[in-house]
Design a protein around this ligand. Structure first.
Ligand code: GUN
Length: 294
């Protein structure tokens, strides 16, 4: 079997068109969705993410308040900026790019963001609401993964989903969302991680495999069963002297080999990546809608 490719770029494009229509309706009511973006320091991957987010906002009509702060910004200065954005009625969502420099307490900053503007879904209040199945801003990458599955007509209910990776940004939340008693959940979920004794014992049982370990090509063809649906969340830079930038992006899945056994698979790039930003835009528009009726 050769897998059908899940085209994350096309699905993200479709969702962005839907959001554009919603934004036009909001603008007619005098509401312009606004996102406050804060980047501390110059980590190249973070600069690249943040620039893409800002461009995506502009492209669909979201006002983006961009703040690039030097790496030696104090925790207090950062908290003061978050506080200003919490109080600014033009801003419906706040995004503080992670990771933050070591001298800043990340948890303290995430806690300072108003849960009503936490479009990343990282505030403990939103994490708690997600876990108990209440309405909340859902974290963007896991929510994007679920949208990819739904829009590719993959049956989640009753499926055995194996998640490889237990990060707070992807592994733990995606597993949580998939076990919820909801149409977007009802899966049987196994989480594998660095201390799992025999990862392939579990991955071979997966109907849906979500790779979010951050290890290039760790999922090989012998680790999956025929017909598996594979979602590759990994974004790893590997040296490539033939590439213009000197590196290329690869996922956590050995794509060329695994696609010969899978029924559906996401590529890297062009799979989960475009969905993460789309779900951020989605949360920002949701927040603007909620604020507009308050
Ligand atoms: N760093 C890597 N992914 C993310 C994300 O989704 N949101 C934020 N704020 N930082 C990140």
């Amino acid at each position: 079997m050769t897998a059908k490719i899940i085209d994350g770029k096309a699905i993200a494009e479709q969702m962005r068109l839907e959001l554009k229509d919603e934004i036009a309706i909001l603008r007619d009511k005098g509401i312009v969705p606004g996102l406050g973006v804060i980047l501390v320091g110059e980590d190249p991957a973070s600069v690249s993410y943040v620039s893409s987010k800002e461009k995506a906002c502009r492209d669909i009509g979201i006002f983006s308040d961009d703040n690039r702060l030097p790496a030696d910004t104090s925790e207090q200065e950062l908290l003061a900026l978050v506080d200003r954005m919490n109080k600014d009625p033009k801003i419906h969502g706040i995004l503080v790019q992670l990771p933050l420099p070591k001298h800043i307490d990340e948890n303290k900053v995430l806690l300072a963001i108003s849960p009503e503007k936490d479009v990343d879904g990282f505030h403990p209040i939103n994490v708690g609401k997600m876990v108990v199945g209440e309405d909340a801003f859902l974290p963007c990458t896991p929510h994007g993964v679920i949208q990819l599955l739904l829009r590719s007509k993959v049956k989640i209910s009753g499926a055995h989903v194996v998640v490889v990776g237990r990060s707070n940004i992807v592994g733990k939340p995606v597993a949580n969302m998939l076990v919820q008693k909801k149409d977007t959940g009802n899966a049987t979920v196994t989480i594998c991680h660095t201390r799992t004794q025999d990862i392939s014992y579990f991955t071979k049982q997966a109907d849906i495999l979500i790779a979010a370990a951050g290890k290039p090509n760790m999922i090989t063809a012998d680790m999956v069963k025929d017909g598996v649906v594979v979602i590759d969340v990994g974004v790893n830079r590997v040296d490539d002297p033939t590439a213009k930038k000197g590196y290329r992006l690869v996922g956590d899945v050995d794509f060329d080999a695994v696609k010969e056994k899978a029924s559906l698979i996401t590529p890297v790039p062009g799979g989960v990546g475009p969905m993460t930003i789309t779900m951020l835009l989605y949360n920002t528009v949701r927040s603007a809608v909620i604020h507009s009726v308050l």
